[in-house]
Design a protein around this ligand. Structure first.
Ligand SMILES: [Zn+2]
Length: 333
């Protein structure tokens, strides 16, 4: 289970996104038609929450990304993992989307069609009142025919297997942490497509992606109290279950911590989970090892992550054994 290496993904091989192929341009143009200020909204969210998310991750992991400069200038903090909002679609995502290019405008508007069908149902129910408000030669049965057509359209859209193909993806596609450079890229087009397809808040989804990719950066390059990090070779060779599990665990923690200020982030995290492959939901099982007190789970995960880094653990079953065993003795900070 989960024996695929994290380092097999496109972000290990430094493969950039596709913004120029016909398929990519077609999806981007359609998306911009329905969400004209999408890129600016994503950029604004990244700018606004970047340092706040880093603070949360530093608190939760007790790892530090910043290089302490001798002069201790605060502006030197957080410079070594740059974040960029980038055009285009990452390879695994465009590989799927190009098969559905012709249907892009319809697929992107499923929610609007569903809303239209609901609105027509209400119009039929309130037909007399609406005729009084605004007389029209349209009959109630005309409206019934249109509603039936929209319902058939929605049924047909459910038969298209785009969402099932997306669910099978075991790589990050809304953003990416490039482990060798190192850097984080945020794909505003991918975020926009997911927001449209699954009716998720753009800003909320953007924060989830930001937290997830930065969590990769912290767990990989964040320094422990003795200055150690996760060897890049071990990090790349680690099973997906370990690396994605840790990133998802800390993403959820960040969203929970920020929920009072930014409730859309936790909602987006939960909505996105419903669309993802098991690799991104596996960490939800970890609670079974430490069900009594939330803080115990956090301590146990952190302990297991540090063990994983210091001992070069790459197999998910070994990681799980550490996580299990740490629950069998009381530990304190
Ligand atoms: Zn990830």
């Amino acid at each position: 289970m989960f024996t695929q290496k994290w380092g097999d993904a496109y972000y290990s091989h430094d493969i950039g996104p596709d913004a120029d192929s016909n398929s990519a341009r077609h999806w981007i143009e359609n998306l911009e038609r329905y969400q004209p200020d999408l890129k600016q909204r994503v950029q604004r969210t990244v700018d606004q929450w970047n340092l706040i998310v880093r603070d949360q991750l530093r608190n939760e992991t007790a790892l530090r990304l910043n290089i302490e400069s001798k002069s201790n200038h605060t502006e030197n903090k957080n410079i070594q993992i740059p974040i960029k909002v980038v055009d285009g679609l990452p390879e695994p995502l465009i590989d799927i989307l190009r098969r559905y290019s012709e249907q892009a405008p319809i697929l992107l508007n499923e929610k609007s069609f569903a809303d239209t069908a609901s609105g027509l149902d209400i119009a039929i129910e309130q037909f007399s009142a609406l005729q009084t408000l605004c007389p029209s030669p349209i009959s109630q049965s005309d409206l019934g025919n249109v509603t039936g057509w929209f319902q058939q359209i929605l049924e047909q859209l459910k038969q298209i297997d785009l969402k099932q193909r997306l669910r099978n993806l075991d790589q990050d596609i809304l953003g990416a942490y490039f482990l060798n450079s190192p850097r984080v890229e945020i794909y505003w087009v991918a975020i926009g497509i997911y927001a449209q397809l699954y009716s998720i808040s753009i800003e909320g989804l953007c924060l989830v992606v930001l937290a997830h990719e930065l969590a990769h950066a912290y767990t990989h390059r964040g320094k422990d109290i003795d200055g150690t990090t996760w060897e890049t070779k071990d990090f790349g060779n680690a099973d997906l279950g370990i690396v994605e599990g840790l990133a998802q665990f800390y993403t959820k923690t960040v969203c929970e911590k920020l929920a009072a200020r930014f409730p859309a982030a936790l909602e987006a995290y939960q909505a996105l989970l419903q669309t993802q492959s098991p690799i991104y939901t596996e960490h939800e099982q970890w609670i079974e090892y430490h069900p009594q007190i939330e803080q115990h789970l956090k301590e146990a995960v952190r302990f297991s992550m540090i063990q994983c880094r210091s001992e070069g653990i790459v197999r998910y079953d070994e990681f799980m054994r550490v996580l299990h065993d740490v629950g069998n003795f009381p530990f304190s900070r």
